[in-house]
Ligand binder design. Sequence first.
Ligand code: AMP
Ligand code: ZN
Length: 471
Amino acid sequence: MARLTRNYRSVTDDLWHMELKLYDTLTRGKRAFRPIDPARVRMYVCGPTVYDLAHIGNARPVIVFDVLYRLLRHLYGAPNVTYVRNITDVDDKINARAAERGIGIRELTEQTYANFKADVAALGCLPPDVEPRATDHIIEMRILIERLVASGNAYVAEDHVLFSVPLMPDYGKLSKRSLDEMMAGARVDVAPYKRDAMDFVLWKPSKPGEPSWPSPAGIKAEGRPGWHIECSAMSWKHLGETFDIHGGGIDLVFPHHENEIAQSRCAHGTDVMANYWLHNGFLQVEGEKMAKSTGNFITIRELLDDWPGEVLRLNMLRTHYRQPIDWTLRNLEESAKVLDEFYAAAADAPAEAISGQVIEALTDDLNTPQVITAVHGLRSLAQGGDILARNELAASLRFLGFLTDTAAIWAARRQVTHHVDAAQVEALIEARASARKAKNFAESDRIRDELAAMGVVLKDSKDGTTWEVAR
Ligand code: AMP
Ligand code: ZN
C-alpha cells in the first residue's frame, strides 16, 4: 500500500482551502480571485485577426487561457463559466490579403477561421462558449461610439470619430506609461485631423472596395470600425459592462487594452472594465524574435505535421505563462519523450479524482511548471505500482488536455510524427549507396530497413536517392 506512506490530504479538503490567485497587470501583483458572481464567472480573451494561418506565438494565449478556463470550470462548475474569445474579421491586413489572393473578404475570413479552429482543437483547447465576430457587432460599436460622442469623450473630424485621450484623467493606468512615452510613440505620423497626437480612431471612412457600414455620429460617408472598439463592443454584448477576467498577449497591453479600458469605462460610466487583466509573455523561436520579414515564423499547422498536438501543448506549458518562451526543437524532443512516459504510465488507466497538488499549483497563478513536477511525482508512484496514483495521474493529465489517445494510438502517432534527424538520414543514405556500390546488398537492405523504422521512405532514381517522412 504505497499510498499509505504518503501524507495525503483528501481532494475535497484541498479544494475547500484552495484559493485561486492571479497576477493582475493593472495592480502589478497576485491577488485572490473573487468573481463578481460565482454563478457566472466571465472571461474575455482577444482572439485572432483572421487573415492568415496562426503561428505558434498565437497559440500561446489560446493554450494558456484554455488552462485557466478548465480550472475555472473545475472550481466554479462548467455551466457557471462563460469564456468569450473574439474573431477580428475586419482589418486592413484582411482587406490587403483578400485583394492579393483575388478572393472575397468573407471567403478569406471564413477559410482562415476554419483553419484556426482546427489548429487549436488539435492543440487540445476547448472551444470557448462564445466566439463573436466583429462584423456581427457593428450595431453595438455604433451605440458605444454615439455614447462617447454624446459624453464629450470622442469627436468627429474629417469623417473619422476619434477618442479624446487628454479628457480621460487616468488614461495609461494599465500600461503605466508616462505621458511623455505615450506621446513619443503617438507622434510618429500624426494624422492632421487629430486634436491630440494620442487620440485614437473609433471609426474611419472606408475606401472604395473596402467593407463599409452606415456611420455613427451623423457622418454621411459609410465607414468601418477601428480595432479597439471591436473588443469593447463584443465584451459588453456577451459579458456586460464590467466582467471578471480580460486576457491576451503582453503586446496588447498598450495600446489595445489601454484603449479598450478607456472606451468601455467612458461609455458605461464605470470604474473598471475587467477586474483582472492577465497577459501571457512572448514566444520566440530558436532564440530569435518571430517575424515574417526574417522568415523566422512557424505556423501551428507546420508543427502539427511533425508533432502530435499534445507535444506542442506540453511544450507550451512547461514554461510559466508570464515568462518568455524560447521555442526550440530540442525542447520539443524533450516534451515528446515526457509524454511517452506519461502514456506508458497511465494511458489506459481509468480517470478518477484529479490530484490536489495539480489544482493547488494551478491556483497559484497557473503555475504549470509546478503542475508538471507534481505530475512527474505521480508518475513515479504509478510506476512503483501505486494504482491510485496511476488513476490520479490519468485524471490530472486528461483534465489538462493530455492523454486523449489510447497507448496504441499514441504509439502509432509518434511513429508517424517522429522527428527525423536530417543529417543522420543523409549519412545513412550515403552509407547505403557505398554498400550498393560494393555490391554488399545485405548491408544496403539493412540500412533501408533501419531508415524505414525511422519512418523514412526512400525513392531511388537515376539522379540518386531522395527521401521523405512517411505520413
Ligand atoms: P494577433 O492575431 O496578432 O492579433 O494575435 C493574436 C494573439 O496572439 C494576441 O493575444 C497576441 O498577443 C498573441 N501573440 C502574437 N504573437 C505572439 C508571440 N510571439 N508570443 C506570444 N503571444 C503572441
Ligand atoms: Zn481586444
